[in-house]
Design a protein around this ligand. Structure first.
Ligand code: 26V
Length: 808
C-alpha cells in the first residue's frame, strides 16, 4: 500500500494549507463546499504525483500502453473511492472529525458526472479501476461533455428531463492540458499530389476546431499505480470574436464560431433511435478518435521515435463498441499521409493494434451513417474506408459458392450507408462479446460471416464490476463483516470471497449478514423519504429493478406482476405474501415514448397501491428518481431480490445483476446475458430462474405462431384483468390511462413476450418471496451469492483482456 500521508497530523497540516491557498480562508472560515473542493484538490494533487511516477516507470520498463477508447465513462464520485484506494479513508475521516467536519457530508457535495448512458459507460469506468489495480499502463480516452445525461425529475408520474450542469461548481479532479490540444479538421476536399513518384493526399478547405484535453487521475486500489482518463472538449481553433458585430448589438453572431465549436462537446447523446444520422454525434466520434490517436502517437514518438513497425508491441487501442470505429481509418490516415508509409505496411500495423468489443445485438442499435453525410464531413477518412472496403471485396474468392452473400453481409459500404460494426470488425485483430451467450449469438447470427472467415479472432470476455466501488465503498457494513471473517485480501483478489463459504454454517454470522442488510435498507429508506417523501419499511423484502428503461428489459413484466398481486390481494383472501417493497429506478431516452409510458405506469400503480389501506402494509411500489452511480451505490446494498428479467437473447450481459449478486441479492431472472454465468457459479437453487430460454424464443419466432390474444383469452382471471386495468381507469387518476401500452402488448402482438413469460415469472417470484420466511436459509443463500461473485470482479475481466487481447 502506497501511503500519501504518514499520519493524521501530516494530513491536517497539508489540508489546512490547501484550504487557505484555494479559498483564501482558514479551514474554520471555509464553508462545506470549499472544504470539499480543497480536499479533492489535495488528493488529486497527490494522485497526479504518483501518476507521473507510474508513467515514468512504464517508460523505463517499456510497458505496453493500453488506450481504451470509449465515448462514455460513467466514473461516479471519486473522493471516497480514492481515499479507499489509497488506504487512508479512516485516517482522513478521523482527522476531519478532529477538525469538526464530517467526511460523508463532504463526499456528498461532489458532483456525480453523468458522462454515460448506463452499462457500457460504467463498464469503461470499472475497467479503468481494474487496469490501475492490475498495474497495467491503461488510459481512458473519451469526451468531456459540458452536459451529461439529463437529470430525471418525476412530475405527475412522468419523466421530465433537466440539463445536468455538473461543471458549474468547478470539477476539482481535472486538469486542463492546453499544451496538448490538437487541431481537428472537418469538411473540405481531398487533394492529391505526386511526391517522389508516390501519390500524397491531403485535405484542403477544412474547418478546424481545437480539441482540448482534460486529465482525470485514475487511482488503482493499493495506490501504487495511478493512470489517467483523458477527456476531450471542443473549442474554436482561433478566436474569431467579431467586435464590430458585437458593437452593433448582435452578440450571438459575434461569438458564433465559439458556439459552433463548443456544440460538439456540449451534450452526451442518449442511446435512442434519434442519435442516428445526427451530424454532431459523428463530429463527436471523430473528434475524440482523432485527438486520442494524435495524443497516443505523440507519446509513442517521444519514447520510440518513428519506429511504426513496432507500434503494436508497445500500444494497444481498444474500441468500446462502434463509436470509436474510426480509430482504424484515422490511424491509417496518419501513417499514410503524415508518416509516408505504404498501404500494406500501415494496414498490418493498424490491424495488429486495434481490437473491438460489441455490446448489443439489437439491430436498431447497430450504428450506420449515410454515406453522403459521412463523406462530406470526413472526406479523407471516407476515401480510406472506401479503399478498405474495396480491398475487402477483393479478398473474396469469387469462385467460391455464395461469396456474394458473405460479401453483402460483411461489407462496410452498403445501401448508401457506412456500417460501423463491419468497419470495426475488419480493422481489428480481436472481436469480443460481453458474456458467454452474447458471444455465441454474435458468432452464430449477427457476425456469422466474419466468424466463418476468421473464427480465431472471436473471443468472449464476460463483463465484470469493481468490488472496491460496488462492495467496499457502497456497502461498508457488509464489507467489514466480510473482512472480519476472511481478512481484507478480497479487495485485491475477489476470488477470496469464496472463503466465506464455510460461514454458511455459522448461524451467528448469518444473522449478522441479515443485520447489515437491514441497516442498508434503513439507509435507503431514509434516502427515499428525503427524495420523494415516500415511507418504505426496511422490514419488508426489497425487490429491486434498476437499469435503463427499455422494452426488452421488461420493466413492464415486473409492473404486471405488481398489478396482478394487487388485484389478487384485494379480491382473493387466500393470497399470501411476505411484505414486499418493489423498487424501480432508471431513465428512459427522451424520445423513447414506450419506455416513458412504462415509467408513468409504475408511478401510477404506486399512486394507487401505496394509498390503498387494504394492501399498503403488504406491498409498496417505489420509483427512485434520477438513477445514477451515486444513488446506485445506496440501492444495490439494500436489495434482497435482483430483477434481471430481459427477453432471453436480448441483454448482452447486464452488470447490475453482478453488482446485486455481490451485495447478497438473489437473482430473479431469465437465462439471458451474464445471468447464465451467475447460475453456473452459484447454482440454480440459489436463484429464481424462470421463462423461455434463448432457443425457445428462437423456435417461437421461427414458427411465427405466437398470438398474444390466445394467452389473454386463456387467462381472463389474471392476465385479462391485468391488461384490462391499463385502460379501465384503475390507474388513470394520476395522469391518464395506458392505451399505448395496451396496444403494444395486444395489437403489436407483445414483441417482448411479456404475456408468455408472465406466469412462470410470477410463480418464481412467489417462490422466492415465500422462501424469505426462513431467514436463516435466505441469509445462507445471500452469503453464498456473495461468496461466488468474486469471478465477476472486473480485475478478472481485465486480466483476460490483457492476456488474450492486448498482450500488455
Ligand atoms: C443502444 C441503442 C441505440 C438505438 C436504439 C436502441 C438502443 C438500445 C440499446 C443500446 C445500447 C448499446 C450498447 C450498450 O450499452 N450495451 C450494454 O452494454 C453493457 C456493457 O457491456 C451490457 O452489460 C448490457 O447488457 C448492454 O445492453
Amino acid at each position: 500500500m502506497t501511503t500519501i500521508f504518514q499520519d493524521k497530523e501530516q494530513f491536517i497540516d497539508e489540508y489546512r494549507l490547501v484550504v487557505k491557498a484555494f479559498t483564501g480562508k482558514s479551514f474554520e472560515e471555509a464553508g462545506a463546499t470549499d472544504r470539499y473542493q480543497a480536499l479533492a484538490r489535495l488528493i488529486a494533487g497527490h494522485a497526479r504525483d504518483i501518476a507521473s511516477e507510474s508513467f515514468t516507470e512504464s517508460s523505463r520498463k517499456h510497458k505496453k500502453r493500453v488506450y481504451y477508447f470509449s465515448i462514455e465513462f460513467l466514473i461516479g464520485r471519486l473522493l471516497d473511492n480514492y481515499l479507499l484506494n489509497f488506504g487512508i479513508r479512516d485516517l482522513v475521516a478521523e482527522a476531519l472529525a478532529d477538525m469538526g467536519a464530517d467526511l460523508d457530508e463532504l463526499c456528498e457535495l461532489e458532483p456525480d458526472p453523468a458522462l454515460g448512458n448506463g452499462g457500457l459507460g460504467r463498464l469503461a469506468a470499472c475497467f479503468l479501476d481494474s487496469m490501475a489495480h492490475e498495474g497495467i499502463a491503461g488510459y481512458g480516452n473519451g469526451m468531456r461533455y459540458r452536459y451529461g445525461l439529463f437529470k430525471q425529475e418525476i412530475v405527475n408520474g412522468r419523466q421530465h428531463e433537466v440539463a445536468d450542469e455538473w461543471l458549474s461548481g468547478g470539477y476539482p479532479w481535472e486538469v486542463r492540458r492546453q499544451d496538448r490540444a490538437v487541431r481537428i479538421g472537418f469538411g473540405g476536399h481531398v487533394v492529391t499530389r505526386e511526391k517522389n513518384g508516390r501519390q500524397v493526399y491531403s485535405v484542403e478547405g477544412a474547418s478546424e476546431v481545437l480539441a482540448v484535453p482534460y486529465d482525470i487521475p485514475v487511482v488503482g486500489f493499493g495506490g501504487k499505480t495511478v493512470n489517467k482518463l483523458r477527456v476531450w472538449s471542443a473549442e474554436p481553433a482561433e478566436e474569431h470574436f467579431d467586435l464590430e458585430t458585437f458593437n452593433h448589438g448582435d452578440y450571438a453572431r459575434a461569438d458564433a464560431d465559439r458556439a459552433n465549436a463548443e456544440a460538439i462537446s456540449a451534450i452526451l447523446y442518449p442511446n435512442d433511435q434519434g442519435e442516428h444520422g445526427r451530424l454532431l454525434r459523428l463530429k463527436q466520434e471523430y473528434l475524440f478518435v482523432a485527438a486520442g490517436i494524435s495524443s497516443l502517437l505523440r507519446t509513442y514518438r517521444e519514447e520510440y521515435g518513428s519506429d511504426w513497425a513496432h507500434l503494436s508491441d508497445r500500444v494497444a487501442i481498444h474500441t468500446n463498441d462502434t463509436h470509436p470505429a474510426m480509430c482504424g481509418p484515422e490511424l491509417m490516415r496518419v501513417l499514410l499521409d503524415e508518416e509516408g508509409l505504404e498501404w500494406d505496411e500501415a494496414w498490418e500495423i493498424v490491424t495488429k493494434t486495434v481490437s473491438f468489443t460489441n455490446h448489443t445485438i439489437l439491430p436498431e442499435a447497430l450504428e450506420r451513417w449515410p454515406i453522403d453525410t459521412f463523406s462530406r464531413l470526413l472526406p479523407r477518412i471516407y476515401q480510406i474506408i472506401e479503399e478498405i472496403n474495396r480491398r475487402w471485396a477483393e479478398s473474396f474468392d469469387t469462385a467460391a459458392e455464395g461469396w456474394q452473400e458473405h460479401f453483402r453481409n460483411t461489407a462496410i459500404l452498403w445501401d448508401g450507408e457506412v456500417r460501423m460494426a463491419n468497419l470495426s470488425v475488419i480493422c481489428s485483430h480481436s472481436i469480443n462479446g460481453v458474456a458467454k451467450l452474447h458471444t455465441e449469438i454474435l458468432e452464430s447470427t449477427v457476425l456469422r460471416d466474419f466468424y466463418a472467415l476468421t473464427p480465431k479472432k472471436f473471443n468472449n470476455k464476460t463483463n465484470g464490476i469493481s468490488p472496491r466501488r460496488f462492495l467496499a465503498e457502497a456497502n461498508p457494513g457488509y464489507a467489514s463483516l466480510i473482512s472480519s471473517a476472511i481478512g481484507t485480501g478480497w479487495l485485491d483478489d475477489a476470488s477470496e470471497l469464496e472463503r466465506l463459504l464455510p460461514f454458511k454454517q455459522d448461524a451467528a454470522f448469518l444473522e449478522k449478514v441479515g443485520a447489515t442488510k437491514l441497516e442498508n435498507k434503513a439507509r435507503l429508506a431514509r434516502y427515499v423519504k428525503r427524495e420523494t417523501g415516500l415511507v418504505i419499511d426496511p422490514a419488508s423484502i426489497f425487490d429491486v429493478q434498476v437499469k435503463r428503461f427499455h422494452a426488452y428489459k421488461r420493466q413492464l413484466l415486473n409492473v404486471f406482476k405488481v398489478i396482478d398481486l394487487y388485484q389478487r390481494l384485494t379480491t382473493d383472501p387466500n393470497t399470501t405474501i411476505e411484505p414486499t417493497t418493489f423498487i424501480f429506478s432508471g431513465k428512459a431516452a427522451s424520445s423513447y415514448t414506450f419506455a416513458k409510458e412504462v415509467i408513468r405506469l409504475i408511478n401510477s400503480v404506486a399512486d394507487v397501491v401505496n394509498k390503498d389501506p387494504r394492501v399498503n402494509e403488504l406491498i409498496k411500489v417505489c420509483f427512485i428518481p434520477n438513477f445514477r452511480v451515486s444513488n446506485a451505490q445506496l440501492i444495490y446494498p439494500a436489495a434482497e431480490i435482483s430483477e434481471q428479467i430481459s427477453t432471453a437473447g436480448k441483454e448482452a450481459s447486464g452488470t447490475s445483476n453482478m453488482k446485486l449478486m455481490m451485495n447478497g441479492a438473489l437473482t430473479l431472472g431469465t437465462l439471458d446475458g451474464a445471468n447464465i454465468e451467475i447460475v453456473d457459479l452459484a447454482g440454480r437453487e440459489n436463484e429464481g430462474i424462470f421463462g423461455l430460454t434463448k432457443p425457445e424464443v428462437q423456435e417461437l419466432k421461427d414458427k411465427g405462431n405466437y398470438l398474444a390474444w390466445d394467452l389473454l383469452n386463456d387467462d381472463p382471471e389474471r392476465l385479462g384483468r391485468v391488461v384490462g386495468s391499463l385502460t379501465d381507469g384503475t390507474f388513470s387518476k394520476l395522469s391518464g390511462g395506458f392505451e399505448s401500452i395496451r396496444n403494444e402488448v395486444m395489437i403489436n402482438n407483445d414483441p417482448d413476450l411479456v404475456l408468455l413469460d408472465f406466469h412462470s415469472y410470477v410463480d418464481a417470484f412467489e417462490k422466492l418471496n415465500h422462501d424469505w420466511a426462513n431467514r436463516t436459509l435466505w441469509n445462507r443463500r445471500a452469503l453464498h451469492n456473495t461468496a461466488m461473485s468474486g469471478w465477476f470482479s472486473s480485475d478478472r475481466t481485465i486480466r483476460e483482456y490483457r492476456d488474450e487481447i492486448w498482450g500488455a
